[in-house]
Design a protein around this ligand. Structure first.
Ligand code: ACM
Length: 698
């Protein structure tokens, strides 16, 4: 907590003098914007605000407990980052200066934020930093929250100490709905996973936690009206209602809404474990332990289904304050409906035409229940149907056409197609997935219906140990796409800034980098030498897990209970080392011949290190147990591919061109190395191919 200062600060004159001297010193002009997301408007100005442990902070205008706790958390993170210790009272509260005109940081907030944030709340702020003072102004505390994140990202240091570069920022988000979906169902994710990811979301200005709470593999929320749902559907792994309230409060303090999802009528196995009579087939049902699209589906002709939903959704509507409630609606394969003559007769009797028709009937019934409880319905894009009430929000995941079709029908939409971070695609793919690109096919009216988007972290292939590494830092690129102007779209600069934000995320408690060394040590075993561990770590920096849902083909025997600690779990979804290598290959090949030597030496050194590590790793993996041995062909391929790269580099450096037959042989080696083994792939093949092409005759 913060406490206002009642007596003037000592040594103010001394600090003022120091500040004056600083402005007279050579001025630093920040050459680059290291922020993520990049603000709507930013202009560097002259000078820098030096910061040390005597930082003076003042509140101007609005002042309440919410604002003070927001500021306290920011100052604590500021201290942890800089190792400065700001002044505290005897009761451990940060000291607030009484005179804003003389404070180094002024929070000029006009009004409180809502206790619970809502869609469309004003998140804007302005931040003006001069050599004397940083002033953060916002219409409400939500804007202060967003602005403090920017300020924390601006802090940097050089030999003279910590400072904030002088700047003028005016910022406001492009889209109002900027979400991350978490799935604690496929693999259980306890409170700490949710909380640290809320911290991370706030850091990159995401504002919706889409909480996917029911699935074939688990019913993860406590129901007091129907406790059998979570007691029989969750193996005891569920959030109590007190925990849900704690998550909602924790999220609200960070300006994040919590939108729950209860997936129905499909993805509903865990519902019908305790209520087989509500399923469309006779049952009995057991919790699914593997991955895929399963047959169990609620019976839309059974009034008892709506009775249970009335109880359960009423209860959840009271528990979750957000006006939006997600009912899933995805991937009903229709098999149990087709096999049920009563359901087919109901379709005929009610002119519902087909399974889509009875799904739409079910959605209307559910929507009426939600409306009664003051909630608006959100559903995955399968809910789109001519009979879908206009007020339902369509969540597009199967293709961009969904966005166009839903908005053409007048529905507000959220985009997740292109933001499936569980598929392990590069951040650049997500980054360029603009909900409304410059050449959008949507009319201006349709564009207004696009509320924003959500990254989706389906949890088939993650555990609490690995989930952060699948979400971060790539989701920061999606956060920027949804916050920053469309014109902010330089891929290489995004990757450069992703490096900074990755460190900030780690400082905030995320484990996306931190867990890897321990996982590698565990995988390598106690007998591995330091050289083998080092080589294995480099190897893991250079490989990627397979994309899309290919992992299920490699590790089809995996269930909910299979530990996830193999090479594919250690590897980052996207190798940033290889990304950088590929950029350097491009730089090298496009540099004039007389400027190539240094770049060539760099690439040669890197490829030689890969070659050496690949040999050590190949030998090590071949002599290891099966779960490691399976990755040996990838190490062998890396060895060969590095050799190809080195040979190509030699030829380019010597100014010679290999004959076409050489190129054919090298490309065949690369082709062989493209084969997936043990759910792994090598991402540098494209860059090596460029070297091969440059080294051979056309
Ligand atoms: C989904 O990915 N089934 C929405």
């Amino acid at each position: 907590m913060l406490k206002s200062e009642t007596t003037p600060r000592p040594r103010r004159a001394a600090r003022l003098l120091a500040a004056l001297l600083l402005t007279a010193m050579p001025l630093l002009h920040a050459a680059s914007v290291d922020l993520m997301p990049i603000p709507a408007k930013l202009a560097w100005t002259e000078g820098r605000l030096a910061v040390d442990g005597s930082l003076s902070v003042a509140l101007k205008n609005h002042d309440d407990a919410q604002l003070r706790s927001t500021l306290t958390r920011a100052l604590r993170r500021w201290e942890e980052r800089t190792l400065l210790t700001f002044r505290r009272t005897d009761t451990a509260e940060f000291v607030l200066a009484s005179d804003p005109s003389r404070a180094q940081l002024v929070i000029d907030c006009a009004a409180p934020a809502r206790e619970i944030p809502m869609l469309g709340d004003d998140e804007s702020y302005t931040l003006t930093v001069s050599a004397q003072q940083a002033v953060l102004s916002a219409p409400n505390t939500l804007g202060v929250l967003r602005g403090l994140e920017t300020l924390l990202q601006l802090i940097q240091r050089d030999a003279d100490g910590w400072f904030v570069p002088a700047v003028k920022i005016q910022d406001t988000p492009r889209f109002a709905w900027r979400g991350l979906m978490l799935d604690p169902c496929r693999h259980w994710m306890p409170m700490e996973v949710i909380k640290r990811n809320l911290d991370a979301m706030a850091l990159v200005k995401l504002n919706v936690l889409h909480f996917h709470l029911t699935e074939d593999q688990g019913f993860r929320v406590e129901s007091k009206t129907h406790p059998e749902l979570h007691l029989q559907g969750s193996d005891g792994k569920f959030f109590t209602q007190d925990e849900i309230r704690e998550i909602i409060r924790y999220a609200a303090e960070r300006g994040i809404r919590v939108v729950p999802e209860f997936d129905m009528p499909g993805h509903a196995t865990a519902w019908v474990v305790s209520h087989p009579e509500l399923g469309s087939a006779p049952g009995p049902y057991v919790i699914e332990r593997k991955w895929g699209i399963f047959d169990p589906v609620l019976d839309p002709t059974n009034e008892a289904v709506y009775k249970l939903l009335e109880d359960f959704l009423g209860e959840m509507a009271a528990l979750f304050p957000d006006p939006y409630l997600h009912i899933g609606g995805d991937e009903n394969n229709g098999k149990h409906w087709n096999a049920n003559e009563r359901i087919q007769q109901f379709i005929r009797d009610n002119d519902l035409e087909n399974n889509e028709g009875i799904h739409a009937y079910f959605n209307r019934r559910v929507r009426d229940i939600l409306i009664k409880h003051g909630k608006k319905m959100v559903g995955w894009d399968e809910i789109l149907h001519p009979d879908l009430p206009q007020d339902a929000i369509v969540h597009s995941w199967r293709g961009r056409e969904g966005l166009a079709a839903a908005t053409a029908a007048g529905h507000a939409t959220i985009l997740s197609n292109g933001y499936y971070i569980d598929l392990c695609f590069p951040a650049s793919d997500h980054y360029h997935n603009d909900p409304i690109p410059a050449d959008s096919v949507l009319t201006p009216e349709q564009q207004k219906l696009v509320l924003g988007g959500e990254a989706t972290m389906w949890a088939e292939w993650v555990t609490p140990e690995t989930i952060d590494s699948r979400i971060w830092p790539r989701t920061a690129a999606i956060a920027e796409r949804l916050w920053s102007p469309r014109e902010v779209n330089d891929t290489r600069d995004m990757y450069r800034r992703l490096g900074y934000i990755s460190r900030r995320l780690e400082e905030a408690g995320l484990n996306h980098e931190r867990n890897r060394p321990a996982m590698i040590r565990r995988l390598a075993g106690d007998r591995a030498t330091a050289e083998q561990i080092a080589a294995l770590s480099l190897f893991i920096d250079l490989i990627e897990p397979v994309k899309e849902y290919h992992r299920g083909q490699h590790h089809h025997e995996h269930t909910q209970h299979t530990p996830l600690g193999r090479l594919a779990d250690c590897a980052r979804p996207e190798s940033f080392v290889v990304r950088e290598f590929s950029y350097r290959v491009g730089d090298f090949l496009s540099a004039p011949a007389n400027a190539r030597a240094e770049l060539a030496a760099d690439l040669e050194q890197q490829l030689t290190a890969w070659l050496d590590a690949a040999q050590v790793v190949t030998d090590f993996l071949k002599a290891s147990p099966a779960e490691l041995r399976a990755g040996a062909p990838v190490a062998t391929n890396l060895h060969e591919v590095s050799g190809v790269g080195l040979a190509a580099l030699d030829a380019i450096n010597a100014g010679t061109k290999h004959p076409a037959s050489w190129r054919t042989a090298q490309l065949a080696t690369l082709e062989k190395a493209a084969k997936e083994h043990d759910a792994l792939l090598l991402p540098m093949l494209g860059a090596i191919r460029e070297l091969v092409n440059a080294a051979s005759a056309p």
